[in-house]
Design a protein around this ligand. Structure first.
Ligand SMILES: [Zn+2]
Length: 282
């Protein structure tokens, strides 16, 4: 299997009361970092898993009703943090990013998309339908800001649902198959139902031969997966569906229990954020 260098970028953060992500955790605001994977594939070039926050999020949430989104999840974004700035600092022009793998179309995952104009956009057809469907207020309620999707998204999209399927390594059981992005088994997108329609993760074989499984918002933290502590039903029901969310979450716990050395990377996990690239060239 082709191996890839994987780096974690912290592209901004937002604040929620702690109880949103964890039952009984109280009202104190907690910082939820927005993480991006920079995956350097030996043949396909640099690829991103999601794009995190970007100044485009602030522009898109200037008018009403989109401003409600910003009020619900106040954003902190250092000028050095957008994925495009970090990619550049790590030696890649944003135009050289060959693909972005989009876990789902919530604003905190796709705000930076505009900065990667040449990238193929791997995503779920069901996810993109969330951007195009419904009215403005309905989209905001679903966590979707239509203005963040590039105008040519359909032309650049490669849908997970249409790609050839491949069997996952046994170390990822109970997850057994996924969409093979490049036909070489190096990057496999795995459907993780429940958080919202069209929500997928990505399994990558790293240079150190370990597997890294980006699970996006199927869990808020690896600690929650270890402790089998899903978020409360009122949180999961706002954006998605609680029963499939809980089933996916239980499978992640089962995966972790069978293979505790595997790297599980939820998009807003503080432990994963601790591995993020430093912002200064120190
Ligand atoms: Zn989300």
């Amino acid at each position: 299997m082709t191996r890839c260098r994987v780096r974690i970028l912290r592209a901004g953060a937002c604040r929620h009361p702690a109880f949103m992500a964890r039952r009984g955790a109280g009202l104190n605001p907690v910082v939820f970092p927005s993480l991006v994977g920079l995956i350097e594939h030996p043949l396909e070039g640099p690829i991103l898993f999601d794009t995190g926050y970007d100044p485009a999020f602030l522009r898109a949430t200037e008018p009403f009703p989109e401003r409600f989104y910003r009020w619900a999840t106040p954003v902190e974004l250092d000028p050095r943090e957008p994925a495009s700035a970090q990619v550049r600092r790590l030696g890649h022009a944003p135009e050289d990013i060959t693909a972005v793998v989009i876990s789902h179309f919530h604003g905190d995952h796709v705000a930076g998309l505009h900065a990667f104009p040449r990238a193929r956009l791997f995503c779920a057809r069901a996810g993109l339908a969330q951007v195009r469907g419904g009215d403005r207020l309905g989209r905001v309620r679903r966590g979707v800001l239509a203005g963040l999707a590039p105008a040519d998204v359909e032309a650049r999209a490669r849908y997970f649902e249409d790609l050839s399927r491949t069997t996952l390594p046994p170390a990822l059981a109970p997850f057994d198959s996924g969409a093979d992005l490049f036909g070489d088994g190096s990057l496999v997108a795995v459907e993780l139902p429940g958080h919202c329609p069209g929500h997928w993760g990505l399994a990558v074989r790293r240079e150190d031969d370990a597997l890294e499984f980006f699970v996006a918002d199927a869990a808020w933290s690896t600690a929650a997966v270890r402790e089998a502590a899903p978020p409360p039903a009122f949180t999961t029901a706002v954006l998605g569906e609680t029963a499939p969310y809980r089933e996916t979450f239980a499978r992640l716990h089962q995966l972790w229990a069978a293979n505790p050395d595997l790297t599980l990377t939820p998009s807003h996990c503080p432990e994963a954020a601790a591995r993020a690239e430093p912002l200064d060239d120190a």
